[in-house]
Design a protein around this ligand. Structure first.
Ligand code: SAM
Length: 162
């Protein structure tokens, strides 16, 4: 499969999984977290599909498109290993939906990062909350749920908190 195919599959799957997770959690209270702002494409989509939600963005350096840059008070700037535990202290286990797209091109590195980060993310979700990830995660209590039909298996993952 070409890199272009892989990229397209990732984009299509991110959109499909975010739409699906937003619909499944529509009746839940609580904030939404975007881990990894990057260019801001997925953040922009999340704002579009969840306009009434508080969407907090976790990023170590803002470099997004001007149209996709969150307000300063919605950014937790710094390394997620520091900002996620700080968010747990501030908000408790209240997140309705967490989306993570923190990885780069090195799959082994992404996998190691996902293993290390999973226990840091796990306590942030409210009961029934969903996590959408571009990499396979390694949670103890969250279970993987089925992808929507328009997502490509292996390019996106959805987990639900008990
Ligand atoms: N989903 C984004 C979009 O649609 O434009 C792309 C995200 S990009 C692939 C990954 C982002 O995660 C980068 O901007 C990078 O700075 C951020 N990131 C990676 N590791 C991080 C860490 N440990 N703490 C905070 N941000 C991190």
């Amino acid at each position: 499969m070409s890199r272009l195919d892989l990229f397209i599959n990732r984009m299509v799957s991110q959109r499909a999984c975010l739409n699906h997770a937003a619909a499944l959690t529509a009746d839940m209270p609580g904030p939404v977290y975007e881990l990894g702002l990057g260019n801001g494409r997925t953040y922009h989509h999340m704002v579009e599909i969840m306009p009434d939600r508080d969407i907090y963005v976790f990023e170590r350096a803002i470099a997004s498109h001007p149209d996709s840059t969150p307000p300063d008070d919605m950014v937790l700037l710094g390394d997620v290993y520091e900002t996620l535990p700080a968010a747990l202290k501030r908000f408790g286990p209240t997140a309705r939906l967490i989306h993570a797209d923190l990885g780069g091109h090195n799959l082994a590195k992404n996998d190691a990062f996902a293993r290390q980060l999973s226990p840091v993310i796990e306590p942030l979700l409210a009961s029934g909350g969903l996590m959408v990830a571009s990499d396979r995660m390694y949670f103890e209590t969250l279970s993987e749920i089925d992808l929507p039909p328009d997502a490509v298996p292996g390019r996106c993952f959805i987990y639900r908190a008990p």
